[in-house]
Design a protein around this ligand. Structure first.
Ligand code: NAP
Length: 231
């Protein structure tokens, strides 16, 4: 029997976040963040959490006040957080558009959600973590400098920046014992990944769950399916 953990997952109402919610809720206390009440009620109806506390809080990653309000509710419910998964994100589809033709507003919007959103959530959640706290930032191979290709400039920049943020946080938070890693979930059949993706939500999220609970949890690494990959 695993120790019951208090887990927070951003964007838990669909896609990979919902897959993580369903899986973690079987054995752990989970709070997902959603953008409105209806999405939270719908997500709760899809999980089987038996004796565990599964809840949702309203949070918009672009709105610091909503994150502060969510923090208060999470603190009241859990007291402390063991695992934070920064999963929520957007991808404004601009695959073929060269960087010099990319709308700068779409870059700012994507950065604000994918990168600053994760930082805003960390600012709120780190004070609720103890020395065994774990943070997992869901990034993407599209942010990997080692494999950088063309197009999708807004998304790529936001995820490369998220990778840098993860590394900075892993250095800074090591003094209080909190470990921070970045994960690429693979190409997954969700609204974002599309129907041609190679992995089901269950296949991808089960690997993330396994990694999140690993005894030998590293810090400052970029991983896909539990294996370290280059930045
Ligand atoms: P998805 O199906 O599009 O779901 C995105 C989630 O993020 C939804 O819950 C959405 O909420 C939430 N979200 C979007 N904007 C938000 C905001 N401003 N504030 C709060 N929540 C917000 O995406 P997914 O495929 O599950 O992706 C999950 C993560 O994996 C993302 O970080 C993505 O970049 C990453 N990823 C995905 C793939 C893939 O192939 N799918 C590959 C690599 C990386 P609403 O329902 O309210 O919009």
């Amino acid at each position: 029997m695993q120790d019951k953990r208090n887990i927070v997952i951003t964007g838990g109402n669909r896609g990979i976040g919902l897959g993580l919610f369903k899986s973690f809720s079987l054995h752990h206390n989970v709070i997902i963040t959603v953008r409105d009440e209806a999405k939270g009620i719908d997500a709760l109806s899809k999980v089987n959490s038996k004796d565990n506390k599964s809840k949702y809080v309203i949070m918009d990653l672009e709105d610091s006040n909503s994150i502060e309000n969510a923090k208060e509710k999470i603190e009241k419910e859990f007291g402390f957080v063991d695992i934070l998964i920064n999963n929520a994100g957007i991808f404004i589809k601009d695959y073929e558009i060269p960087a010099i033709e990319t709308d700068l507003e779409s870059i700012l919007k994507t950065f604000n959600i994918n990168t600053l959103g994760a930082l805003r959530v960390c600012k709120a959640m780190v004070p609720l973590m103890n020395e065994s706290g774990r943070i997992i930032n869901i990034s993407s191979g599209m942010g990997q400098l080692d494999q950088m290709e063309s197009g999708s400039t807004a998304y790529r920049l936001s995820k490369t920046s998220l990778n840098a943020l993860s590394k900075i946080l892993s250095n800074e938070l090591s003094r209080c014992g909190i470990k921070v890693n970045t994960i690429c979930p693979g190409w997954v059949k969700t609204d974002m990944g599309g129907p041609n993706a190679t992995l089901s939500v269950e296949e991808s999220s089960s690997k993330i769950v396994e990694f999140s609970l690993r005894k030998d949890f590293p810090s400052g690494k970029f991983l896909r399916h539990g294996h370290v990959i280059p930045w």
